[in-house]
Every structure is written in C-alpha cells, then in structure tokens.
Design a protein around this ligand. Structure first.
Ligand SMILES: [Mg+2]
Ligand SMILES: [Zn+2]
Length: 181
C-alpha cells in the first residue's frame, strides 16, 4: 500500500516555471529564479511534498550547447535554490531533439518512468506543473493532476490546454494544491 502522505510528488518544469524563460539556457549566469516560484517551492516543501523537476533540454541534441554546459546550468540552478534556503529533490532532463523521437522528451513519459524507479510515487495524488503544452500533456498521459502556470510561455499556452487549474505563478499553484491537502 502507498503511504499517501509520503508519496505525493510535485513534478515541475524548470524553464518558465521555476526560472525565467530565456530560450535555450546554456550559461550558468543566465539562470534566474522566479521569486514567486521560490515561495511556491517552500510552501510545498513545508507540506512535505517531494519536488521533482522534469526538463526538456533539446539545446543539447540540436548542438546549441553541450551536456557539460547543461550540467553547469543545472548546478547553478541547485546552488541558487540553496542560497534561497530551499531545494528540489531531483532533476531529470531529456537532451534529445524532437526528431529523435525519444521516449523521454515531454509529453512522453520516460523521465517520469525513471522517477518511478527512483522514488515510490502515488501518481493519483501527484501533480505536474508547467508552462507548455508538453507539460500538461505529460501530466494527462500519466494521470497526474495538471496545473498550467502563466509564467514563461504559459499565457500563450492557455488556450491550447485544459489543465485542472490555471495559476498566475508557482506560488498560486502551490496554494491551490495546499487547499486540497
Ligand atoms: Mg517551460
Ligand atoms: Zn529524450
């Protein structure tokens, strides 16, 4: 049996959801946390959710930057979170370009399947939060509750998807989730 409380996961997109959307982020200095996202992460952690980031990074597959660049960007991401007194539990990335038809590029569920091997996850009580069609698409395929944030590309995405909730930002998304806990 699942321990319902311990296995609730918040899956989060990175760019446009936690950090500022800047196209293909290849340099550590371009990582900029969204202030409301930090508050949202802190609120969710206070409610004992685990936070797992799932990010499409096709800039690698397209040859715009290297895996090493991506590693540095992600290290910067974790460092900035730490500086703000918080963290996420794990980050998975897909480095492939769409033409590769890999199983891990959102909305495909490969990264989530990997997370299920690494964590005990109750999908029915977990959430996917992101700013793009692919994020909501993955959430729906995996039977997660879905939240579109209007940061990043979210405003443009709004008319394309039917998430369970539309939030101005990650903090508003977190507050909505906490109403249900
Ligand atoms: Mg995004
Ligand atoms: Zn992939």
């Amino acid at each position: 049996m699942y321990n319902d409380f311990m296995n609730r996961i918040i899956f989060l997109d990175r760019d446009g959801t936690i950090i500022k959307e800047k196209g293909y982020i290849s340099k550590p200095e371009d990582v900029e946390l969204l202030p409301k996202a930090i508050s949202g992460i802190k609120l969710l952690k206070a409610k004992k959710f685990k936070l797992i980031v799932l990010t499409n990074q096709s800039g690698v597959g397209r040859g715009y930057f290297s895996l090493k660049d991506l590693k540095r960007v992600n290290e910067r991401f974790f460092k900035l979170l730490k500086q703000k007194g918080t963290s996420v539990d794990k980050l998975y990335f897909c480095p492939h370009k769409p033409e590769n038809n890999c199983g891990c590029r959102k909305p495909e569920t490969g990264m989530l399947e990997q997370a299920r091997l690494d964590f005990d996850i109750n999908l029915e009580t977990s959430y996917m939060i992101g700013d793009k069609i692919e994020d909501i698409g993955l959430g729906k395929r995996a039977n997660l509750k879905t939240i579109l944030v209007l940061t990043g590309y979210g405003k443009g995405t709004r008319k394309e998807v039917t998430p369970d909730f539309v939030a101005k930002n990650l903090l508003e998304a977190a507050k909505w989730i906490c109403l249900k806990v």
